[in-house]
Design a protein around this ligand. Structure first.
Ligand code: GDP
Length: 487
């Protein structure tokens, strides 16, 4: 699956990484998740809170006052775009709007100077950790399994998935188009492009809110990065047929060649250059959106998390994955946007994510890294309150809905704060995974009411100091991801 040069290059990289690590220890933290899961918001808030001494009681080094200084430094990889932290913070804090989401890989180096907790280490350790944060689309990660799949395997699975009840209507146009072409006819660019565009349109439709589906390789069809329109992206699965008839010059052969080119020129270098060098990984998931869309979307999310974990599993006989798993020792699966719920539901959300992760760990036969889960909000856009309704006092969340958001016919102007009863998550964790004839077991479950809120106005202290971005359990995530390296 991989070549000798892969191996040699990674070994060299690792060695040189270790060598520089001796002088200034570094930790490479991968931040991934499917599009709109909250990667950009998570990194922006994490860095903002570390730079500005945020309230992080569960992050031990900060709580005990051992962090002397945190600052941004030039990143070590000249060929990787920098994560545009300053622009994102300006959008969040000054305009109170959400920043542009992740479209490709980017990186940022944050250096933390700290005092070791033990007197012994204080004498020897430099007390400096460079945290290299690597932001990349989860869609690209989900391409790894393609390295082990032939074009025929890929095509067969694509058709099987497309025929699932949650996808069948969305994929119909592409499947009809595909049925109308003869794979064993002479290849032509126009047909290849039409098929590829139609396949990509189906994949994109699966991502829309009401479906919220997750597992959709090839990842660059959704997140092309700078490859849009290139031949390595102009292919599509073809109805499995007689492989022996795949003669050069025919459509099937052309598609197969491009699929292989996609693996060679896109998937493999991305893994070799970026993923194999990570030490820790956080996987963000939008569990609330999947919960709202129903068990079909939950099953799909579970499959995506299973495949993501499988990418980090040792012993697949694939040097790329073996190297990844040998290095990554902690993985955090984090459900973001918990600020859409009242705090009473936070533990329920975490329990649902834990169950999802446990099922994925079992399905992926996962061993190796330490996996934890958290329900969090990288940025808390709401606060909590209560409203009286008759004799009842109901818990609500208060926030400023984005301009144009609606609830029950009311359209918000993006200025006024509004109280919203968010609805409860089901108490029985299993009920969100189980279906009866494809429907949620208890159809009367009130779905969670979603309104997208504006980012919060930053609070100021009595002395006029502006506080850092508010969050929910970001400190718990930080403690798991980097706490031990600041001990
Ligand atoms: P990415 O595609 O993974 O980079 O996703 P983003 O970080 O851009 O997040 C997508 C959208 O989710 C944002 O524009 C926000 O509307 C919402 N979002 C992400 N994180 C949070 C959060 O912690 N709280 C709230 N209320 N919304 C969030």
């Amino acid at each position: 699956l991989t070549t000798f040069t892969d191996e040699a290059r990674i070994a060299l990289d690792t060695l040189s990484g270790r060598a520089t690590g001796l002088f200034a220890p570094t930790l490479r933290l991968g931040v991934t998740g499917l599009s709109r899961a909250g990667k950009t918001v998570f990194i922006s808030s994490l860095v903002h809170n570390l730079l500005h001494g945020g309230r992080l009681p569960l992050f031990e080094a900060q709580k005990s006052g051992r962090i002397a200084r945190a600052f941004l430094e030039e990143q070590p990889d000249d060929a990787v775009p920098r994560f545009q932290y300053e622009d994102h913070i300006a959008t969040l804090v000054n305009d109170r709007l959400w920043p542009d989401s992740t479209r490709a890989i980017s990186e940022l180096r944050l250096t933390i100077e700290y005092e070791s907790a033990s007197g012994w280490s204080r004498m020897f350790s430099a007390g400096k950790l460079s945290l290299d944060i690597v932001d990349y689309p989860g869609e690209w990660l989900l391409d790894l399994p393609l390295l082990g799949k032939s074009y025929a395997d890929f095509s067969r699975e694509a058709f099987e998935m497309a025929e699932l009840p949650v996808r069948a209507d969305l994929s119909r146009e592409w499947r009809d188009l595909s049925a109308s072409v003869d794979p064993d006819a002479a290849s032509d660019e126009v047909t290849a492009r039409r098929l590829s565009e139609s396949f990509a349109a189906y994949l994109k439709a699966c991502k829309l809110d009401d479906r919220a589906l997750s597992t959709l390789p090839p990842g660059r069809f959704l997140m092309p990065g700078d490859l849009e329109g290139s031949p390595a992206l102009t292919f599509a699965p073809l109805m499995p047929g007689d492989e022996r008839r795949a003669k050069p010059g025919y459509l099937r052969a052309m598609m197969e060649r491009r699929y292989e080119a996609y693996k060679t020129h896109v998937v493999r270098p991305f893994f070799r250059e970026h993923i194999t060098r990570l030490d820790r990984q956080i996987v963000l998931i939008d569990a609330l959106q999947a919960l709202n869309a129903g068990p079909g979307a939950m099953a799909d999310l579970e499959r995506a998390v299973t495949e993501i974990l499988a990418c980090f599993r040792p012993g697949r006989g694939n040097i790329l994955t073996d190297l990844v798993s040998r290095r990554i020792d902690r993985i955090l699966i984090a459900a973001t946007k918990a600020d859409h719920l009242h705090h009473e539901s936070h533990d329920r959300l975490q329990a649902i994510v834990r169950r999802l992760a446990d099922r994925a760990i079992a399905r992926a036969n996962f061993t190796g890294a330490n996996v934890d889960v958290v329900a969090m909000a990288a940025i808390r856009a709401t606060r909590e309150g209560t409203v009286k309704q008759g004799r009842d006092t109901l818990p609500v969340i208060l926030g400023t809905p984005l301009a144009g958001e609606t609830i029950g016919g009311q359209i918000f102007d993006g200025e006024a704060e509004t109280a919203i009863f968010p609805g409860d998550l089901p108490e029985k964790v299993d009920s969100v995974f189980e279906t009866v004839n494809g429907h949620r077991q208890d159809e009367t479950d009130p779905a969670i009411r979603f309104v997208r809120f504006r980012p919060p106005r930053l609070e100021r202290t009595a002395e006029g100091v502006t506080l850092s971005l508010p969050h929910i359990r970001l400190d718990r995530a930080l403690q798991f991801l980097i706490g031990d390296r600041l001990a």
